[in-house]
Write a protein that binds this ligand. Structure first.
Ligand SMILES: Nc1ncnc2c1ncn2[C@@H]1O[C@H](COP(=O)(O)OP(=O)(O)O)[C@@H](O)[C@H]1O
Ligand SMILES: [Mg+2]
Ligand SMILES: [Zn+2]
Length: 376
C-alpha cells in the first residue's frame, strides 16, 4: 500500500498548509511568469519543502500553463499534462532530484555541471531539486557556485535543507530564501482528520490530537504515524470490522501521554496531592509509558500554565499548539495556582528530567522531586 503521506502530498500550492507567505510569493511569481532561477527552501523536516519544490517545477514546465494564458494567471499547475504527470511520477527528463545526503552528491553535481547547459529534452526548463543540500562537499558547492553565477536561462535550481547555517554564504547570497515553519497542531489535526475520513479510518478526537502532537510540527511524521497506527489496528482486527482507534491505542503505540493525562497529573501536583500524583505515576508506568517523555511533557505543560498565569494574553500564542478544551484546562490550572509554586515545580521537574535521561532508575527522580515539593 502506498504510504499515506505520499498519497496526500498536496498537488496545488493552495493545499500546502501553514506556509502562507511562501506560497503567496511563489504563486504571484507564477501568475506573472517571473519565477527566479535559484531558491533555497529551509526548515524542519516534514513541513513541505520537497512538496513545494515539485510544485514549483510543475509551474515552470506545465504545458497547459504554457499554452493557455488565462490558466497561467491562476498560478497553479494543471496536474494533467504530460510534464505535470512525469514530475508527479518522478520520471521527468528535465526535473532532476538529487539527494545530497547519499554520497554527498559528488557524482550528481558533476552530472549537473555537465548537463545543465544543454537545452531541456522536452519541457521549458531544466529544474534541479537538491535535497539535504547542506551535505554537499566543498567541491560540489564550488561546482554549483559556478552554475549559480551564470545560470543558463532555462535552468532553475532549488536547494532544500534543514540546516541553513551549513550552506556557504556565496551560495545563499545568490538564491531567494524561503523559510518553512513547523505546522501548528490544530492545522495538523485538521489534515489528519480529513485523511482519516477519506481512508475510512475510525479514530476518535483525543487519539488524533495525540498523533498530531507527536508530529511536533512535522506533518509528514504525523501522517506516517497515523498510517502505522491504522495498519496496526486493522491487523489486530483480523479483517473483521475494527473498533475505533482511541487515545489508549495511540498512547501504547507512541509511549506518550495524551495532554489530558498530563493535565490530570499537573492538576494533582498543583493541589499538592502527593499520594494521588504517585499513584498516577505508578499507573502510567504500569501502562508502559516512558516516564522521561511524560516528565518532558509536564515541563512543557507547566511552562504554558506559568505563562498563562503571568500573562493571559499569551492564550493567542498557545492556540497554535493547544485545542480549545486544552486551553480551557490550562487556564483553569493557571487561575487556581500560585506562580511561585509552579516555578518551584518547574525547577524540580527540570532537575529530575536531567537525572532521568541517563539514570537506570526510571521514574525515581520524578517521584523524589514530587516527594520533596508536595505535601502528603
Ligand atoms: N505544509 C504542508 N502542507 C500539506 N502537507 C504537508 C506539508 N508539509 C508536509 N506535508 C505532508 O508531508 C509529506 C512530506 O512533505 P515534504 O514536502 O516531503 O516535507 P519536507 O521536504 O519539508 O521534509 C507530504 O507528502 C505531505 O503529505
Ligand atoms: Mg524533503
Ligand atoms: Zn500541467
Amino acid at each position: 500500500m502506498q504510504a499515506l503521506y505520499r498519497k496526500y502530498r498536496p498537488r496545488k500550492l493552495e493545499d500546502v498548509l501553514g506556509q502562507e507567505t511562501n506560497i503567496e510569493i511563489i504563486k504571484n511569481a507564477a501568475k506573472i511568469g517571473k519565477i527566479g532561477q535559484a531558491y533555497i527552501f529551509y526548515g524542519p523536516r516534514g513541513t513541505g519543502k520537497t512538496t513545494t519544490a515539485r510544485l514549483l517545477a510543475k509551474l515552470l514546465n506545465c504545458e497547459k500553463r504554457r499554452d493557455d494564458a488565462a490558466f497561467a494567471k491562476l498560478g497553479e499547475p494543471c496536474n494533467e499534462c504530460r510534464e505535470c504527470r512525469a514530475i508527479d511520477a518522478q520520471n521527468s527528463f528535465d526535473v532532476t532530484e538529487i539527494d545530497a545526503a547519499s554520497n554527498r552528491g559528488i557524482d550528481e553535481i558533476r552530472n549537473l555541471k555537465e548537463n545543465i547547459r544543454t537545452a531541456p529534452a522536452s519541457a521549458a526548463h531544466r529544474v534541479y531539486i537538491i535535497d539535504e543540500a547542506h551535505m554537499l562537499t566543498g567541491a560540489a558547492f564550488n561546482a554549483l557556485l559556478k552554475t549559480l553565477e551564470e545560470p543558463p536561462a532555462h535552468a532553475v535550481i532549488i536547494l532544500a535543507t534543514t540546516e541553513y547555517e551549513k550552506l556557504p554564504p556565496t551560495i545563499t547570497s545568490r538564491a531567494q530564501r524561503f523559510v518553512f515553519r513547523k505546522l501548528p497542531k490544530t492545522t495538523i489535526i485538521k489534515k489528519l482528520s480529513s485523511m482519516a475520513q477519506a481512508e475510512g479510518i475510525a479514530i476518535d478526537d483525543a487519539a488524533l490530537e495525540l498523533i498530531a502532537a507527536a508530529g511536533e510540527g512535522s506533518l509528514r511524521d504525523a501522517e506516517s504515524l497515523l498510517g502505522q497506527i491504522a495498519s496496526l489496528a486493522s491487523a489486530a482486527g483480523d479483517g473483521k470490522k475494527t473498533s475505533t482507534i482511541d487515545l489508549a491505542a495511540v498512547e501504547r503505540a507512541t509511549g506518550r501521554a495524551g495532554l489530558r493525562t498530563v493535565y490530570e497529573l499537573a492538576a494533582r501536583m498543583v493541589k499538592g496531592d502527593l499520594k494521588g500524583s504517585l499513584a498516577q505515576i505508578a499507573a502510567l508506568q504500569d501502562d508502559g509509558h516512558d516516564m522521561v517523555q511524560v516528565t518532558k511533557e509536564l515541563i512543557h505543560y507547566f511552562r504554558k500554565v506559568l505563562s498563562l498565569a503571568l500573562n493571559p494574553s499569551l492564550e493567542s500564542v498557545f492556540q497554535k499548539e493547544l485545542t480549545k478544551d486544552e486551553i480551557a484546562d490550562a487556564k483553569k490550572l493557571a487561575a487556581s495556582s500560585n506562580p511561585a509554586f509552579i516555578i518551584t515545580l518547574l525547577k524540580a521537574l527540570i532537575r529530575a528530567y536531567a537525572e532521568m535521561r541517563y539514570s537506570p532508575f526510571a521514574a525515581v527522580p520524578l517521584e523524589v522531586a514530587l516527594a520533596e515539593n508536595l505535601g502528603s
